[in-house]
Design a protein around this ligand. Structure first.
Ligand code: MN
Length: 307
């Protein structure tokens, strides 16, 4: 490239860059809505003003803040049998207990601190409920669900299920700043237990007032900080609970400064540079593949609901 022209080519823009990242934008999550009758959530994305390629490989992030549920005499709270194809669902329960059952033969209950990483792949049917005894007792539910896209070559992979207990998740002490849990990727030499299809970092941090959280990431990875509680300063900007900070891909590190007791999730990953076509619970590359998903679902190729 000629010198001193000031021109930045597309390939230059994607080359790794060393240094701090700047902020691309701060976005407020949606008003709360119910998913089924069990999960009262706010969506950080998708959103019309946040292009899918800027949050790739992530597709959706629903957050359910701590919410007290009264004891339930009968029935269930949650979402009944439904299909997915072409991506993964990642559920974290910080409080309460979420029960999962799918027609690939996997079932499990995640309790405080646990993570469930489900690969829908070629197709799965599952149900997601408050665990029955927890629902009977009533109590606090605090959870999130993240959808992670799969690359084209893995969209039709066999369904999978990773129950990740809190004891498997390394906690990194940050001194006076607080601590974080490494669910996926690496931080300060600690490796997250999640097995992933594309490079992903998922950090679950609790910061004390004045606590600094520096995170080193390849500049080519998309990076988001999701503030679920408290307030942070990033560069010259502030972000509070319910806000998402999108970073530019212009540096190798980001830093958050907590202004109060803060809960923040750092999500980062290598973007999947492929077209996305989504319809409801199916996320594929083309409209034809979505149509095929409906055909396969109607023809029972996702399998049957278990007894
Ligand atoms: Mn689901």
């Amino acid at each position: 490239m000629a010198m001193n022209t000031g021109t930045v080519t597309r390939s230059d823009a994607r080359a790794p860059v060393i240094g701090p990242r700047t902020i691309a934008g701060i976005f407020r999550s949606t008003p709360f809505h119910w998913v089924g009758n069990g999960f009262y959530v706010s969506s950080y994305f998708p959103r019309a003003d946040l292009p899918a390629e800027r949050v790739s490989p992530f597709l959706l992030m629903d957050y359910g803040p701590p919410r007290e549920f009264a004891p339930l005499a009968s029935g269930q709270r949650g979402v009944g049998w439904h299909p997915h194809r072409g991506f993964e669902t990642v559920t974290v329960a910080w409080e309460g207990e979420v029960a999962h059952r799918d027609n690939a033969g996997n079932a499990g209950v995640i309790g405080p601190g646990d993570v469930q990483w489900m690969t829908a792949g070629a197709g799965i049917l599952h149900e997601e409920y408050h665990e029955r005894e927890f629902a009977r007792r009533g109590g606090l539910m605090h959870m999130m669900q993240l959808w992670v896209n799969l690359p084209k070559k893995d969209k039709m992979t066999a369904p999978g299920y990773q129950p990740i207990t809190t004891s498997q998740i390394p906690t990194v002490a940050l001194g006076d700043a607080g601590s974080l849990r490494v669910i996926a990727g690496e931080y300060a030499g600690a490796s997250g237990p999640a097995r992933v299809f594309t490079p992903i970092t998922m950090l679950d941090a609790r910061l004390a007032p004045g606590g600094r959280l520096p995170v080193a990431l390849p500049s080519t990875h998309n990076a988001l900080a999701i503030v679920t509680g408290g307030r942070v300063r990033v560069g010259e900007r502030h972000a509070s609970a319910g806000e998402l900070v999108l970073f530019e891909n212009d540096g190798s590190e980001l830093e958050l400064l907590a202004l109060e007791d803060t809960h923040v999730l750092v999500l980062a990953g290598e973007p999947i540079d492929e077209p996305i076509t989504q319809y409801g619970p199916f996320v594929m590359n083309t409209p034809e593949e979505i149509q095929q998903a409906f055909v396969d679902f109607r023809q029972g190729k996702f399998g049957a609901v278990p007894e």
